[in-house]
Design a binder for this molecule. Structure first.
Ligand SMILES: *[C@@H]1O[C@H](CO)[C@@H](O)[C@H](O)[C@H]1NC(C)=O
Length: 296
């Protein structure tokens, strides 16, 4: 094919001019917003391969992209069970601080259950070999479970995050955004950006806990990454070198704060598919929409 070297024409007539992208998504509602982007990238001439566990929520093959599945040990019932238990803790209405402890414990449990799929990925030598031999240019990943960042380091590929946010202020800490404790309220404090003296003290105390509680939360993920990458890995090591942070929220709904130039707010993407609210929502669909878990 006769391909012009630059410009719009090249993109339209020569698909090979696009890049080769590996997508490492997360199951469930997260995937639904990512799918729109993945399809668009594919339409624009990039070669896109989506890595999917054999058992998942909402993930399907499509004509728009190639799918590479890997074997997993868990059943759909196990995933559903862990998630229902997790959501039930939000509805139980325990008093503070029992509610927070309970949520933390159940979050760790649901995390570890889903993280089992990442362990399965790194057990599948066949999949790893295929990935390494495919010559990808970059990875697009939802990093909440740290599987995508681990794989990106393992394959030595640049990576782009597509995400809602981490706990522990990590998505501001890792790109080194200033995050002054007097003005930026921490997750779970329910303060606003106008804090009294005591709220600022509370904010400071919560911020002291931040890296600790995430280390607990990501304990299994850090163990696996350290094993896979054959060195001691911290959360910061895994995420700080992300090339671009595509953030699925809008800062006007959060707090005014300085961000880095490689952080892009794309909250509108959640509204790409408009539909009237269904009259009756049943089962897991209802659980996925629960607002308290939206940061996950
Ligand atoms: C990927 O393949 C290259 C070339 O075959 C090899 O040198 C490299 O060690 C492999 N990397 C991994 C992570 O397997």
């Amino acid at each position: 094919m006769n391909c012009p070297n630059t410009g719009r024409e090249r993109l339209m007539t020569c698909p090979a001019a696009g890049g080769k992208l590996l997508v490492v998504p997360m199951v469930g509602s997260h995937w639904l917003s990512m799918q729109e982007v993945v399809e668009k990238l594919s339409q624009r001439g990039h070669e896109v391969v989506v890595l999917m566990p054999e058992v998942s929520w909402h993930m399907k093959t499509s004509q728009a992209y190639e799918v590479l599945t890997y074997p997993v040990t868990q059943t759909l019932e196990e995933l559903d069970g862990a998630f229902s238990e997790y959501v039930a803790t939000f509805l139980r209405g325990l008093p503070f601080p029992l509610n927070v402890l309970d949520m933390y414990k159940k979050s760790v449990h649901v995390f570890n259950t889903f993280f089992g799929q990442c362990k399965d990925l790194f057990r599948s030598q066949e999949t790893l070999k295929a990935l390494n031999q495919s010559g990808f240019d970059a990875i697009l990943t939802d990093p909440i479970f740290m599987c995508g960042p681990t794989l990106a380091h393992y394959l030595s590929l640049p990576f782009v995050f597509f995400m809602r946010g981490f706990g522990c202020n990590l998505h501001f800490e890792a790109p080194q955004c200033p995050s002054p404790l007097s003005y930026v309220p921490r997750l779970f404090t329910f303060n606003s950006d106008r804090m009294t003296f005591f709220q600022r003290v509370e904010n400071a105390l919560v911020s002291l806990l931040e890296l600790k509680y995430c280390d607990g939360f990501y304990n299994e993920a850090l163990k696996l990454s350290s094993e896979v990458l054959q060195r001691d890995v911290s959360l910061m090591d895994l995420v700080h070198s992300a090339s671009i942070w595509l953030l699925r929220f809008d800062f006007v709904f959060e707090y005014v704060r300085p961000v880095m130039p490689n952080m892009v707010f794309i909250g509108g993407i959640n509204c790409a598919k408009k539909k009237p609210l269904p009259k009756l929502v049943r089962g897991s669909e209802q659980l996925v929409c629960f607002p308290c878990i939206s940061f996950l």
